[in-house]
Design a protein around this ligand. Structure first.
Ligand SMILES: [Zn+2]
Length: 95
């Protein structure tokens, strides 16, 4: 999900309210940038090598402008409810 400017402003306000001034745990820098795309990590079953798209927690990432270290927040807790997850693709020959 592409985050609009109002989305990013809302996220910045949420972080300020809940966390105060962020400090990077790697370099100590205090300026962060909200990554303009919310993401959903995918899981992989290492035995079948199937991907699971529906089990991840939707995320918003905030990156340190100095070293690039990322902080990950749950977008659902922030109030962004995603649409239904995409269907899990069935691999070729897995019937
Ligand atoms: Zn940093």
């Amino acid at each position: 999900m592409q985050l609009s400017q109002p989305d990013r402003e809302r996220i910045a306000e949420w972080i300020q309210t809940k966390c105060g001034q962020l400090r990077c745990t790697c370099c100590g820098y205090g300026i962060f940038e909200i990554v303009p795309l919310a993401t959903l990590p995918i899981g992989v079953d290492l035995h079948s090598m199937r991907f699971f798209y529906a089990h991840g927690v939707p995320q918003v990432s905030v990156g340190c402008r100095n070293c690039g270290h990322l902080l990950i927040f749950s977008s659902e807790i922030m109030g962004f409810k995603p649409d239904a997850p995409p269907p899990v693709p069935i691999p070729e020959g897995a019937k």
